[in-house]
Design a protein around this ligand. Structure first.
Ligand SMILES: [Zn+2]
Length: 153
């Protein structure tokens, strides 16, 4: 059985360059005030990096809960077909693809969540991004609209 409880974003460091990136229960994360918008901010004691509860905003307004979304992405990373995910999770294929596209715009955030919650390998994660034509694009705050694929190789 799959574990269904999603690890909270505050449970690990989100900084990919941090030695404790994505590792759980190290006690390296502490609350670190709030942003101007009132979002809880956290700090990693290992790298002194700060972050907010990003995962909540990535899938904000989606009709499925974050756990289902992340689980479907993990299934996809484990080489399950969209048809299989539909059978197992009851989520339409185009819905999963839409989530994946959204996730690809927040690669670091989603990878941190997947690494913390599932035993996925680097290769599996890379394959996930290749799936949507984002070859592991890092640190991309780059806006991407499907209507104007300018310069996308
Ligand atoms: Zn850190």
């Amino acid at each position: 059985m799959k574990q269904t409880t999603l690890v909270h974003p505050s449970a690990f460091c989100w900084n990919p360059r941090c030695p404790d990136y994505g590792k759980l229960k190290l006690g390296n994360i502490r609350r670190f005030g709030r942003t101007q918008a009132g979002t809880q901010r956290y700090q990693c004691r290992t790298c002194n990096g700060t972050f907010v509860e990003t995962i909540g905003t990535v899938f904000y307004g989606r009709h499925h809960c974050q756990e289902i979304i992340i689980e479907c992405l993990a299934l996809l990373a484990e080489r399950n077909s969209l048809a299989a995910i539909h059978r197992v999770k009851g989520v339409k294929e185009e819905t999963v693809v839409a989530w994946l596209r959204l996730a690809a715009q927040h690669v670091e955030c989603i990878e941190a969540i997947l690494l913390a919650n599932y035993r996925l390998t680097r290769a599996q994660l890379d394959a996930l991004w290749i799936y949507v034509g984002h070859k592991g694009e890092k640190g991309g705050a780059r806006k991407r609209t499907s209507a104007a694929p300018s310069g996308v190789a």
